[in-house]
Design a protein around this ligand. Structure first.
Ligand code: CO8
Length: 257
């Protein structure tokens, strides 16, 4: 498949999407959004793929939604076209997605990274929601996801001032899972993705779905959901294989797809 704004490859059981608009620091325009969804459709349909890594360049994961594309939209246009609705499809993906972030992850770029299941950051990563400086606010989930990840005080401070947060503070605050040297970013993210992809795909997907329930429901309903999904795992061959392999002191061969 030919793409204009991204590069897509597979490395074993891992799908790798590289945002590729260097002239605009990977600003997220509508072509890029369409292509990311097209690539994710293909990777999700491929039963050989168990995890997806999304990355950018050393200078920028993405410097936000494309301001030049957005600047002159009227209210009826932005409302009727709802051209950002495609981001809800990105956020709703069922296979695990890791954002490997180096450089700027600003505005929609930070929001895109937060749509992934977790972020691995290079030590030069800079996160921020600077939309307030443009006379708008985050519009791709940032007010909600950032607040859930780092808490109200820091989310307020970041969104109301537009200040950037470095990798170390982002890790301390719970925005990123781990920070690695820039030179190791892709290797580390791919290694983590390979670990996930080597496990049972349906069990990984059910675990992702269950953790995401924590953002949507009460503790008791979340625990009830967890219990039901946990019970249903006993209908998979991979549960039998995983536990048998432990008892027999051998490596499991997960096969369910
Ligand atoms: N959109 C379009 N073009 C961009 C963007 C962007 N977000 N960011 C950078 N570029 C372009 C620049 O215009 C420049 O292009 P040119 O060479 O043609 O002038 C090129 O990329 C390189 O950028 P700079 O020269 O500015 O590079 P610097 O290294 O000097 O600065 C910065 C890097 C600090 C990252 C700077 O580019 C910057 O501040 N960018 C904008 C960051 C920003 O404000 N992001 C938020 C955008 S708004 C948003 O994301 C809202 C999402 C929600 C929408 C939902 C609607 C429903």
């Amino acid at each position: 498949m030919a793409y204009e704004t991204i590069l897509v490859e597979t490395r074993g059981k891992v799908g790798l999407i590289t945002l590729n608009r260097p002239q605009a620091l990977n600003a997220l325009n509508s072509t890029l959004l369409g292509e990311v969804n097209r690539a994710l459709d293909a990777l999700e349909a491929d039963h050989g793929i168990g995890c997806i890594v999304i990355t950018g360049s050393e200078k920028a994961f993405a410097a936000g939604a494309d301001i030049k594309e957005m600047a002159n939209l009227s209210y009826p246009q932005i409302y009727s076209d709802d051209q950002f609705a495609g981001w809800d499809r990105v956020a709703g993906r069922r296979k695990p997605m890791i954002a490997a972030v180096a450089g700027f992850a600003l505005g929609g770029g930070c929001e895109f990274a937060m749509m992934c299941d977790f972020i691995v950051a290079a030590d030069n990563a800079k996160f921020g929601q600077p939309e307030i400086k443009l006379g708008v606010m985050p519009g791709m989930g940032g007010t909600q996801r950032l607040t859930r990840l780092i808490g109200k005080a820091k989310a307020m401070e970041m969104c109301l001032t537009g200040r950037l947060m470095g990798a170390e503070e982002a890790e301390r605050s719970g925005l990123v899972a781990k920070v690695v040297p820039l030179a190791d970013l892709l290797t580390e993210a791919l290694k983590t993705a390979e670990t996930i992809a080597s496990l049972s795909l349906p069990i990984v997907m059910m675990t992702k779905e269950t953790i995401n329930r924590a953002d949507e429901t009460s503790l008791s309903e979340g625990i009830r959901f967890e219990r039901r999904i946990f019970h249903s795992m006993f209908a998979t061959a991979d549960q039998k294989e995983g536990m048998a392999a432990f008892v027999e002191k051998r490596a499991p061969q997960f096969k369910d797809r």
